[in-house]
Design a protein around this ligand. Structure first.
Ligand SMILES: Cc1cc2nc3c(=O)[nH]c(=O)nc-3n(C[C@H](O)[C@H](O)[C@H](O)COP(=O)(O)O)c2cc1C
Length: 180
């Protein structure tokens, strides 16, 4: 069977090495559009997307997140970059209400699959949450244009992969039951 959607879902990997090459603006627009076309509980669309291509801001988020990890004693090898030097990062935030985190999860995966279909790769990044492990989270929200009353959920980085597509990680085969 040839089905591009299924192929893109099965070929998507969390990619952790990127070329220093920007992604076309038109591709980025499609990715964001696919994000906001994800379903939301009760169609609340109570989320916010911060699309970042500014290198300085990406570096700032990386530094703040690494500092937050360090404060918690989470060790990372020298030179570790939470976005693996990808040229685009989208930070997702949502209102503090039911299902909003799940809504963001739907958007993240939509964007990852859209990117794959455009010849790009991605990695969902939860480590950005560590940047809030410090006193002045208000400044971070301002920097990332996160609306009042919203909280950061996770981020996703995109770019052109450096190297081969990683092998798929084995999936657990005992997580599905059928009731027929
Ligand atoms: C909510 C969420 C948070 C994640 N956070 C990170 C992260 O901070 N850094 C990272 O390298 N990968 C992160 N990942 C990627 C997972 O490690 C990856 O999806 C998993 O190992 C399976 O590999 P695959 O995506 O290539 O199938 C995250 C994935 C999800 C869904």
């Amino acid at each position: 069977m040839k089905n591009h959607t299924i192929e893109n879902i099965l070929d998507r990997r969390s990619v952790r090495s990127y070329l220093d090459k920007p992604i076309p603006e038109a591709d980025l627009k499609w990715i964001v559009k696919c994000g906001i076309y994800a379903p939301t509980a009760r169609n609340k669309q109570n989320w916010h997307f911060t699309v970042i291509t500014d290198k300085e801001t990406i570096e700032k988020i990386n530094t703040l997140s690494l500092e937050g990890m360090e404060r918690l004693g989470i060790a990372k090898e020298p030179g570790y970059h939470i976005f693996y030097h990808a040229p685009v990062v989208i930070v997702l935030s949502s209102a503090l209400e039911g299902f909003s985190e799940m809504n963001c999860g739907c958007a993240l995966e939509n964007m990852a699959i859209a990117a794959k279909s455009l010849g790009l790769d991605s990695c969902i990044i939860g480590q950005t949450r560590y940047m809030f492990n410090q006193i002045n989270t208000v400044d971070i929200n301002r920097m990332l244009k996160i609306p009042d009353g919203y909280q950061h959920d996770a981020a996703i980085c995109f770019g052109y992969r450096q190297g081969d597509n990683p092998e798929p990680k084995p999936r657990k085969d005992d997580v599905v039951d059928y009731i027929r």
